[in-house]
Design a protein around this ligand. Structure first.
Ligand code: ADP
Ligand code: MG
Length: 431
């Protein structure tokens, strides 16, 4: 039978898992926990939401002792994830008096320095942890377990050198665990370099195709927003995530939704830490229905109750698509992925289909779209804001260099270009 009984867990862990209400281990937990508890190095590849935190958390909580100095480090790519993993680890550590600290940038470093002296488990983003190493405000000489969580993401975000330096600062006779939803080449290389005879476990596929429907609409670029608004109003959904490729588009989409009476909010890398955490909390509470976000901000976050994923842009990296759609159809529930495609996305879309040939993305007929009214369009530009915020940056709504300042993208005066002769023409083209 599939229970936590067969996993060789301590009484303390069994009790905390019981309190969490988990009755059955997930596949990755079932297969990796016994190896982790034996002290083996493990590479675990398993879908987002499949319970990887408990898998490595069990090993950490079992092996760390109160007041024994920092004995475990978990590296994660983002601040949100650091907070999230910390919260989960605190739950797993129920009844065991070990201290768990999340360490990340964007907040003042001094309180962290103080707390690091009295902590046993550190969940950190690589940049800030390296900062502490350089300042000698962290002692890694007692580390027994090193975890790279969302390892691929850390590689993609360019943290690889930081990660390597942190690993090198830890004792050689440690246990190293690498977890990720997808494991590509660079992550494998890290694993080879720093792990001892690792066991690889490939568990649950990223998405369960029988639970997930994937569709796409092909519309002219200027109808993307109209289609999104139309579908959001028509589709019966619980929580919705709308993915965009850039902060700017995220903001624009958010404004359009608000103008159309759809409760929404954004998270992207440009928002400060407390704002992001607050937004995620409100989304969890169902205070608004639509979360408009970029890949960086959303990766690895566990958000319950997402029934619909909209890709307002096709992601630049096929791997990001997998992560986006991994936000829905979780825990046996159904999910729908809707790709809003226009000519700008064709190239990325065919790359995506080449990379994941097994995905069945069905074409949907474009519905009749009621144009967004003029006032809504104005609102979508954030009234005065659009001009101040976006024009100043010299870019159009797709994030490309525009011909503001009377020069076109070749640096030539655009006043000669008949398309931009008048300000009105310019507006017509780019707004
Ligand atoms: P991952 O890191 O693989 O994306 P998480 O560790 O964040 O996944 O877990 C996703 C969610 O599933 C969390 O809310 C967690 O509490 C829950 N969870 C973990 N293990 C189980 C389990 N065995 N049964 C039910 N829920 C679980
Ligand atoms: Mg995780």
């Amino acid at each position: 039978m599939n229970t936590f009984e067969n996993l060789n867990l301590s009484e303390q862990l069994k009790e905390s898992i019981n309190r969490l209400g988990f009755t059955e281990p997930t596949q990755i937990q079932r297969e990796s926990i016994p190896l982790i508890l034996k002290g083996k190095d493990v590479i675990g590849e398993s879908a987002t939401g499949s319970g990887k935190t408990l898998a490595f958390g069990a090993g950490i909580i079992k092996n760390c002792n109160p007041d024994g100095g920092i004995q475990a480090i978990v590296l994660v790519p983002t601040r949100e994830l650091a907070e999230q993993v910390k919260d989960e680890m605190i739950k797993i550590s129920y009844n065991k008096p070990i201290k768990i600290l999340a360490v990340y940038g964007g907040v003042s470093i001094n309180p962290q320095i103080e707390k690091l002296r009295k902590t046993e488990v550190v969940i950190a983003t690589p940049g800030r942890l390296l900062d502490h190493l350089n300042r000698h405000t962290i002692n890694t000489s007692k580390v027994k377990i090193m975890v790279l969580d969302e390892a691929d993401r850390m590689v993609e975000m360019g943290f690889i050198e930081d990660v390597e330096r942190i690993i090198k600062s830890c004792p050689k006779d440690r246990q190293t665990l690498v977890f990720s939803a997808t494991i590509y080449g660079p992550t494998k290389r890290i694993a080879q370099k720093y792990m001892k005879n690792p066991e690889t476990i490939e568990a649950t596929k990223m998405v369960d195709p029988s639970k997930l429907k994937q569709t796409y609409y092909d519309v002219p670029p200027k109808l993307k927003k109209e289609l999104l608004v139309h579908l959001l109003k028509k589709e019966d959904s619980d929580l919705v995530m709308v993915f965009c490729n850039t902060r700017r588009i995220t903001d624009i989409v958010d404004r359009v939704l608000k103008a159309n009476g759809i409760k929404s909010a954004t998270i992207h890398g440009g928002l400060n830490q407390s704002k992001r955490l607050k937004t995620i909390e409100l989304f969890h509470k169902g205070k608004f229905r639509v979360l408009v976000c970029t890949d960086v901000a959303a990766r690895g976050l566990h958000i319950e109750g997402v029934t619909h994923i909209y890709n307002f842009d096709i992601p630049k990296e096929p791997g990001d698509y997998v992560h986006r759609i991994g936000r829905t159809a979780r825990a046996g529930k159904k999910g729908l992925v809707i790709n809003i495609l226009s000519s700008n996305d064709y190239k990325l879309f065919s790359r995506l289909k080449m990379a994941y040939g097994e995905f069945d993305i069905q074409k949907e007929e474009r519905p009749y779209l009621t144009p967004i009214t003029k006032s809504e369009k104005n609102y979508s530009r954030g009234k005065g804001n659009f001009r101040k915020g976006y024009r100043r940056k010299n870019t159009n709504k797709y994030g490309r260099s525009s011909s503001r300042n009377n020069t076109n993208r070749h640096g030539k005066s655009s006043s000669k270009n008949p398309r931009f002769k008048s300000r009105r023409n310019f507006k017509r083209k780019y707004n």
